[in-house]
Write a protein that binds this ligand. Structure first.
Ligand code: PLP
Length: 417
């Protein structure tokens, strides 16, 4: 079956017709008149969403099913389910029929463009099993919309999101036994797209591969929350205006590992990425960041996060927390604000007794409470009592989110497969 796959992939590589990816003139004109902090998906690549026909899916089941690991032995991203979903694209034929095959190696020519120029983007999402045994996805439309934006930005093809969700649903159902059913457990899904054209020429790939692999995962905090400490990082920059920090491109992640190792060598779990002379707070590690602070003027509690200005990854968790906070915290007197805020504002809040709590937000952990931040040689206390590992807002958000993800609360965000 390995040969089978490779031959298909290789056959697609022979379709190397030139594909023009020039953005329409009107787009570049618009950029000059209105400051573009980030290229929008519809301005990049061909811009045309390309059809997928899910009814053409073929399934080749494994003949050697894997043993399931005991839940307590699951390590994030280490073990994978029996199958993978893949779909090839060529400039001349568009998306070829999707295939579910046994999980297996890819076979790619060493000159394939992904290896040289980082034509790669990905997503991170989860499938959950509810009490009744139903399989559920959480806001998959958001992940697919984001993958399309990422793909378009690096001249990879876009796709019809609903057809893709249909295929992902079929894949999850086939590998259902890998979706653990306990609270906190899930099947992590990694949709990935790469440019597969065999060339060292720098240009738009004329062939691409979408594939999805899946890894069963346990709770991020198996023994309850564990607050993290951060190093405010000003010597390295994760993202910048006009850059691609708002896209989930593989190329954004490797350069962040060295600063992370440096922070770790000084005893901190993650980098708190600052931007500019103002030292705006952007994100933490690979999570969005929320700060709950009492407003300096009004004394009202305020939940703050950085705005989507092109330097912030548009987290599905971030968006969900903002929604829930507006719906459920604002009636209780909270203000929910997306605006730029600085490290100094956070330090002042801590100094003046206005700091409530700080937490990261992302699919893996949902929330990651922060205990302290190292900044300019001092340690900023983020409001957690000594024996407490999470503030009330972080804990509440995790409960609301899991309630929806595991179907305890019926909600339009949770899609039953
Ligand atoms: C994936 C990611 C997030 C979180 O996004 P979610 O959709 O909530 O998982 C935040 N920041 C960065 C840099 C990311 O890569």
């Amino acid at each position: 079956m390995l040969q089978q796959r490779s031959s298909l992939l290789l056959s697609s590589l022979s379709h190397c017709a030139f594909r023009s990816s020039a953005a329409p003139l009107s787009a570049s004109v618009r950029c000059r008149t209105r400051r573009c902090y980030s290229i929008h998906a519809d301005l990049a690549g061909s811009g045309k969403v390309q059809g997928i026909d899910p009814s053409k899916l073929t399934i080749t089941k494994t003949t050697t099913p894997k043993d399931l690991l005991p839940p307590e032995e699951l390590i994030f991203g280490r073990n994978f389910s029996d199958h993978m979903l893949s779909m090839e694209w060529t400039a001349s034929q568009g998306w070829l029929p999707g295939r579910i095959t046994p999980y297996q190696n890819l076979s790619l020519d060493p000159a394939t463009c992904v290896f040289h120029y980082a034509f790669e983007c990905f997503e991170g999402m989860k499938a959950y099993k509810d009490k009744a045994g139903n399989l559920r996805l959480f806001r998959p439309d958001r992940n697919m919309a984001r993958l399309n934006k990422s793909a378009a930005r690096i001249a990879l093809p876009t796709f019809d999101p609903n057809a893709m969700i249909d295929l992902i649903g079929k894949f999850v159902k086939l590998d259902e036994r890998f979706v653990p059913d306990a609270r906190g457990y899930s099947l992590y899904l990694r949709p990935t797209m790469i440019g597969t054209q065999r060339t060292l020429g720098v240009g738009p790939p004329s062939s691409a591969l979408f594939y999805l692999i899946a890894s069963p995962v346990g709770p991020y905090y198996p023994t309850g929350f564990k607050a993290i400490s951060l190093e405010a990082t000003d010597y390295a920059v994760r993202a910048w205006p006009g850059g691609v920090g708002d896209k989930k491109l593989g190329a954004n992640y490797a350069p962040c590992i060295l600063p992370q190792m440096q922070a770790a060598s000084r005893g901190f779990h993650q980098n708190l990425w600052l931007f500019g002379e103002e030292e705006y707070i952007t994100e933490v590690g690979t999570m969005n960041l929320f700060a709950a602070i009492k407003n300096k003027e009004t004394g009202e509690p305020e939940l703050l996060t950085a705005p989507l200005d092109g330097t912030i990854l548009e987290g599905v968790t971030r968006d969900s927390i903002l929604h829930l906070a507006r719906e459920r915290l604002e009636p209780k007197g909270w203000k929910v604000t997306e605006r730029k805020f600085t490290m100094k504002e956070v330090a002042d809040a801590a100094d003046e007794g206005r700091m409530l709590e700080i937490f990261g937000a992302g699919t893996a952990a949902i929330v990651a409470p922060v205990r302290k931040i190292s900044w300019k040689g001092r340690l900023i206390d983020c409001g957690l009592e000594e024996n407490v590992e999470a503030g009330p807002i972080a804990a509440q958000m995790k409960e609301w989110m899991e309630g929806i993800q595991y179907g305890d609360e019926e909600h339009p965000w949770s899609t039953v497969l």
